[in-house]
Design a protein around this ligand. Structure first.
Ligand code: FAD
Ligand code: SIN
Length: 541
């Protein structure tokens, strides 16, 4: 059997010698909160290109519901937010990083207001704060009820639109990172016209978001397939805590419906979970009941589903007066209505699904990875803020803070590197392999089902070993193939990532935060540290 990960063969029915080259100071891969926030800062002194594999709204940011956790309430304090974040992180959050991100947050939030973002306010005109699991007080600011992400994305898109230093390339899929010695970085990019270009930059920022689509059940949109983790891994960057995947407890579960998120803030506003028999159960699992940390709620739901032999549990919001739910949660209300669920009289069928990658490409608070001139920000990055579990609504905060810092730092690196670029051919040994007999969608769907079943909410060594065997077997005939579409490259990235996650999950022989091992049900002192994984040898560069 072939070694499980091989360097990607780049070339797509052409020799690299004939590929067009484009140049910029800073290349940002990803147009969500982290990527756009980084671009805005980098563009104060540099030329910036932002790539997005679909349109600008393709990532998770556009879909964020609950809000941003940020200390802007007059009676809130940094210390309380820090303490809630550390408690949720179960011993693995980095205290210095937590402090930096939480204390820099209010400034990033005020900038959004300056750029025109509108957040919901009380009748008296003050910001309206909601509550989510793990927060000791209402601290989450939200926009248009449950459309916070769309408000942030629109604000950032407007801020980059008229910036002459920023060029957005839509439908531009980053196939892989490239390097010219140690000075220039960039990416091989498949563009809208179906051609491939080498996009060179003095500094590159990965802002490709998470990887929810690796799992059959997920809240994430289709573009969120984890390409950035795989690219960074192939490039030899250090990744950490890749076993920590957060499952959101409440995703709409109706045959034929997309797995739409039912925001935690619905429980923050009094929503109650009931099992299939109609009984409330969260009070038996945690003193904070429905507002316990997400890992606790997700596992309680799975236990109740098993106990009552049901496919889902129910979310009861019938306590809200008619009209109030629609006003506070217009997006969720309308999704439910599309499936004939009248939330004022019936319960919403929900179950957990993959939501957020807690681990990622290891970075410091300036977004620096272990590779010179390669930065990362947002969900693809791991700063150590979240530890073993993410406190609700801390990720948009992190994306904005680290995006800003990475943009500034990448611009500084670009300014200090003025060497001319060499027009390298990066690989010229393209040998078409087998003809295209592979049905990419079939392997992709099988992989997603496998990850959900064996590397999902509850894990054990037997299942993880079975997952690894299956992934290895698929890798043996998918990795060596030459693809010429994003779907094929994405599948290779998903397989790479599946292997990285499964190996990391197998190694961590304890239960901590979102990583639940049935065969190691307790926290272990031996595992009081981050896990780390990187590619050992780099044949390509
Ligand atoms: P994204 O916004 O996911 O953007 C990723 C970008 O990378 C996209 O532009 C995509 O096109 C691009 N990309 C990816 N791969 C490639 C490639 N190969 N080539 C080119 N481009 C590529 N967090 C909170 O704090 N509060 C919330 O209320 C909240 N609600 C959420 C609700 C939902 C339904 C989901 C899914 C997540 C939610 N989260 C929330 C999490 C949060 O939204 C994300 O962690 C955050 O938006 C990630 O931002 P990002 O910029 O890192 O990535
Ligand atoms: C939600 O609204 O429940 C999602 C919040 C988050 O992921 O932080």
């Amino acid at each position: 059997m072939k070694k499980y990960i091989e360097p990607r063969r780049y070339l797509v029915n052409c020799s690299s010698r004939s590929l067009p080259h484009i140049f910029t100071d800073v290349l940002v891969i990803g147009s969500g909160a982290a990527g756009l926030r980084a671009a805005i800062d980098a563009a104060t002194t540099c030329r910036v290109i932002v790539l997005t594999k679909d349109d600008q709204l393709a990532g998770s940011t556009q879909h964020a519901q609950g809000g941003i956790a940020v200390v802007v309430g007059s009676d809130d304090s940094f210390e309380e937010h820090i303490s809630d974040t550390l408690a949720t992180g179960q011993g693995l959050s980095e205290p210095d990083v937590v402090r930096t991100i939480i204390t820099e947050g209010p400034e990033r939030f005020r900038e959004l207001l300056e750029w025109g973002a509108e957040f919901d306010r009380t009748a008296a005109g003050d910001l309206d704060f909601t509550l989510e699991g793990g927060h000791s007080r209402p601290r989450i600011v939200h926009a248009r009820g449950d459309a916070t992400g769309s408000e942030i994305q629109a604000t950032l898109c407007a801020a980059v639109r008229d910036n002459p230093n920023i060029r957005i390339m839509e439908h531009a899929f980053a196939v892989d990172l490239v390097t010219d010695g140690n000075l220039w970085r960039g990416a091989l990019v498949h563009n809208e016209e179906g051609g491939v270009v080498l996009s060179w930059a003095r500094a590159t920022i990965l802002a490709t978001g998470g990887c929810g689509m690796l799992f059959r059940e997920t809240t994430n949109p289709a573009a969120v397939t984890g390409d950035g983790y795989a690219m960074a891994y192939r490039a030899g960057a250090e990744l950490q805590d890749m076993e920590f995947i957060q499952f959101h407890p409440t995703t709409l579960y109706v045959a034929g419906a997309s797995r739409a998120l039912i925001s935690e803030s619905v429980r923050g506003e009094g929503g109650k979970l009931r099992n299939d028999l109609g009984e409330r159960f969260m009070q038996h699992y945690h003193p904070d009941a429905e507002l316990a940390p997400r890992d606790v709620v997700s596992r309680a739901i799975i236990t109740e589903m098993k106990r009552t032999q049901a496919t889902n549990v129910l979310l009861d919001v019938t306590h809200m007066p008619p009209g109030a739910f629609a006003e506070r949660f217009p997006t969720i209300y309308s999704i439910c209505r599309d499936f004939d669920i009248d939330v004022t009289t019936s319960f919403i069928p929900v179950r957990p699904s993959a939501h957020y990658m807690v681990g990622g490409v290891k970075v410091d608070t300036q977004g620096r990875t272990s590779i010179d001139r390669l930065f990362a920000a947002g969900e693809v990055a791991s700063t150590g803020l979240h530890g073993a579990n993410r406190l609700a609504s801390n990720s948009l905060l992190e994306a904005l803070v680290i995006g800003h810092n990475a943009g500034r730092m990448a611009a500084a690196h670009a300014a200090s590197n003025q060497e001319p670029v060499v027009r390298h051919a990066i690989i010229d040994d393209f040998q078409p392999e087998r003809p295209g007999t592979l049905i990419v969608a079939d392997v992709t769907n099988s992989l997603r089902a496998l990850m959900w079943r064996y590397v999902g909410i509850e894990r054990n060594s037997e299942d993880l070993a079975a997952a690894e065997r299956a992934v290895d077997s698929w890798c043996s005939y998918v990795m060596a193939r030459e693809f010429d579409t994003p779907e094929g490259w994405q599948l290779q990235d998903m397989l790479t990532l599946a292997k990285v996650i499964t190996v990391s999950a197998r190694r961590r022989t304890e239960t901590r935060g979102v990583h639940c091992r049935e065969d190691f049900p307790k926290i272990s002192e031996q595992w009081q540290h981050h896990s780390s994984i990187r590619r050992k040898e780099d044949k390509r560069r």
